[in-house]
Design a protein around this ligand. Structure first.
Ligand SMILES: [Zn+2]
Ligand SMILES: [Zn+2]
Length: 195
């Protein structure tokens, strides 16, 4: 997915800033996953028109602001000032508090059908690669499909049902797999969710 800088209005006070999107350790390409979208909008926090808007979930007691830029996600300011987390850490036991902090407060989340759950491996959070269906999985390494089959095996009563479920997976359909990869050993991990 291309990430070329786009033309945008310079801030009134002529702030010099990088046009490259911030780097997220646990969400390496949030444009391809759909959690960061190109949009000419002013960030509700930094008041800059960055050309990109965070489009993932935000959890908090108060209503989340309409527009947050990825830079205000990356530096933790949006989480702190609006009292939000972007990732629900259900099931994150065993990783260091610093990892949980970076994942929940400084990482773009992703939207699933019912419940977003991050994957963890090698005592760390994994890199989220995005939603996939069976056709995307065919173009990915065999290990990615194996990770998804492993999740579906827990849902299915039989091998036939598991294979049927696998074939039903769609990136934009009612049954979707969410792919992750361990930053340390490279193992693929997956979640599946249905409408
Ligand atoms: Zn901002
Ligand atoms: Zn690992």
């Amino acid at each position: 997915m291309e990430c070329t800088p786009i033309a945008r209005k310079r801030a009134a006070y002529d702030l010099e800033m990088s046009e490259d999107l911030p780097v997220f350790r646990y969400h390496s390409d949030p444009v391809s996953t759909g959690s960061v979208v190109r949009e000419d909008t002013t960030c509700d926090l930094c008041r800059l028109e960055r050309g990109w808007r965070y489009a993932g979930p935000a959890y908090g007691r108060k209503r989340a602001p309409a527009s947050i830029c990825p830079w205000c996600v990356a530096d933790g300011s949006a989480a702190e000032i609006f009292d939000l987390v972007f990732v629900d850490t259900h099931g994150s036991g065993g990783v260091a508090p610093g990892v949980v902090d970076e994942l929940t407060k400084r990482t773009p989340g992703y939207t699933a059908w019912q419940q977003e759950e991050w994957c963890f491996h090698c005592s760390d959070a994994c890199d989220y690669l995005g939603p996939v269906g069976s056709s995307e999985l065919r173009d990915l390494p065999e290990e990615a499909s194996s990770a998804v089959q492993g999740v579906l095996a827990d849902w299915a009563q039989s091998d036939e049902e598991r294979i049927t479920l696998f074939e039903m997976l769609r990136r934009d359909g009612d049954l979707t797999a969410y792919l992750f990869r361990c930053l340390h050993c490279g193992e693929f991990r997956a979640r599946c969710d249905s409408a």
